[in-house]
Design a protein around this ligand. Structure first.
Ligand code: AMP
Ligand code: MN
Ligand code: MN
Ligand code: MN
Length: 276
């Protein structure tokens, strides 16, 4: 049987549209054999997802995608194989939920200055018990016809430098890595090309990441081309980092982003699953 790994996706515990159970069901239907759920700054979907995976005879890896500050950049660090009951991790996710709620209130106030009302109540309702993210704001702006698409919502309101953007002090990269490794997990830099770092800054990041105990790079993500794969694979080799693979699936609106529908990890890169 061919193994299909997907170590990066989202459920309703953060900004995905599928419940943890339905997400695992969909992954199973798409042929995924080992799945990790990696919601933004929360582990709250893991138990239900794990149970569903167990019922379907699928392998499941506990995961998270933590927001981290490094040199004024907001990076996303995926933690794989974490113990979700590790006390410092539980504490920080509680703190991040408060931080995200406060940020949402500030974003909503900024939207009011643009004559857009009711954002906070709407995103709070949409997120439910889960983490409030900018994706919820994007959906709100689309639903109220202020924009036509999520992308336009980011471009006009939510991206850095746009009217509703609120600078947030995320935990430092080295702290984030410590929580992940302390919880028995492997820290992986998610979608490393999305930060638009120059080669010089990328090298600096990887030196710092390694020194802090980071172990992996997400070599394969959705919509990545062969040149980009080669580039990231070379960084992985240069810094002796394992390679991870993940679709970053959130919802079923984009046919190019699907659970398990990702390129193969180059044979020259050590797969992260060797460590799990
Ligand atoms: P947050 O962590 O609350 O800042 O939200 C970040 C999330 O917003 C990311 O994980 C993506 O799912 C989504 N996102 C960020 N930029 C864009 C964009 N340009 N278009 C669509 N979604 C985006
Ligand atoms: Mn997201
Ligand atoms: Mn991300
Ligand atoms: Mn993600």
């Amino acid at each position: 049987m061919t193994e299909i790994y997907d170590f990066h996706c989202h459920s309703t515990a953060s900004d995905g549209t599928f419940t943890p159970q339905d997400l695992v069901l969909r992954a199973h239907e798409k042929g995924v054999t080992t799945l990790s759920l990696t919601d933004h700054d929360t582990v709250s979907g893991l138990e239900k997802a794990k149970q569903q995976a167990h019922d379907l005879g699928m392998q499941f890896i506990n995961g998270i995608e933590l927001s981290a500050n490094w040199q004024k950049h907001c990076l996303h660090i995926v933690g794989l194989g974490i113990d979700p009951t590790y006390e410092p991790l539980v504490k920080i996710t509680d703190y991040l939920q408060t931080l995200r709620t406060e940020r949402a209130e500030k974003m909503s106030a900024k939207l009011e200055k643009k004559q857009i009302f009711g954002a906070f109540d709407a995103v709070k309702l949409a997120a439910g018990e889960g983490m409030i993210t900018r994706t919820h704001f994007a959906d709100f702006l689309v639903s109220q016809h202020h924009v036509d698409t999520q992308q336009e919502a980011f471009d006009r309101y939510l991206a850095q430098g746009k009217p509703a953007f609120v600078a947030t002090i995320w935990p430092e990269l080295h702290e984030v890595i410590n929580w992940i490794t302390g919880a028995g997990g492997i820290a992986v830099i998610a979608h490393p090309l999305r930060y638009k770092l120059s080669a010089n800054w990328m090298n600096r990041l990887l030196v710092d990441f390694k020194e802090s105990g980071g172990q992996g790079l997400e070599v394969i993500t959705s919509r990545i081309n062969q040149d980009e794969i080669r580039l990231v694979a070379n960084y992985a080799k240069k810094y002796d980092l394992v390679g991870s693979v993940g679709s970053d699936f959130h919802n079923d609106t984009n046919p190019y982003v699907e659970l398990g529908r990702i390129a193969e990890l180059p044979a020259t890169v050590t797969p992260v699953w060797n460590l799990l």
